[in-house]
Design a protein around this ligand. Structure first.
Ligand SMILES: [Zn+2]
Length: 148
């Protein structure tokens, strides 16, 4: 029997990506409220994301900050965080996500810029605190842009 036939009666809730809906669902689950789905297929939720969710629930970070921190888990930002990113200087697109613009505007686009303008040494993996520093810089820039 094919697996799909076997599962056809189950109520499956699937999150293809980390969305606001996904975050709300996680928050609800963490607060101990039961849900009615048989299976929940989640977007990636690693330990670090879990900590961010916990911080968000505790009110330590805002929803916007949560998304910025979670943003670091996407492939482009992972590449930026690597020890020796391939094609450094070209890894951050000029358009697409608004954060790319912020990265170029704040010299957080590549490791050479980060080293030159932000004094974060290249050639090593970005630490958690360096990542959250970059998130703060990007948040400030985005907030200033929104208030213009
Ligand atoms: Zn750069």
């Amino acid at each position: 029997m094919r697996k799909t036939l076997y599962l056809w009666k189950l109520d499956i809730l699937e999150f293809k990506e980390m969305s606001d809906e996904w975050l709300d669902f996680i928050v609800t689950c963490r607060s101990g409220q039961p849900h009615n789905h048989d299976i929940v297929i989640g977007a990636m939720e690693n330990d670090q994301i879990y900590n961010y969710v916990a911080d968000y629930i505790d009110g330590i970070i805002t929803r916007e900050q949560f998304w910025m921190l979670a943003w670091f888990k996407n492939p482009i930002m992972q590449a930026l965080s690597a020890e020796n990113p391939e094609h450094d200087g070209k890894q951050t697109p000029m358009k697409g996500h608004p954060v790319f613009l912020a990265q170029h505007a704040t010299a957080c686009c590549c490791r050479s810029c980060l080293e030159k303008w932000r004094h974060i040494p290249a050639g090593k993996i970005l630490t958690e605190s360096e990542q959250s520093y970059i998130v703060d810089v990007l948040m400030q820039w985005i907030e200033a842009e929104m208030n213009r």
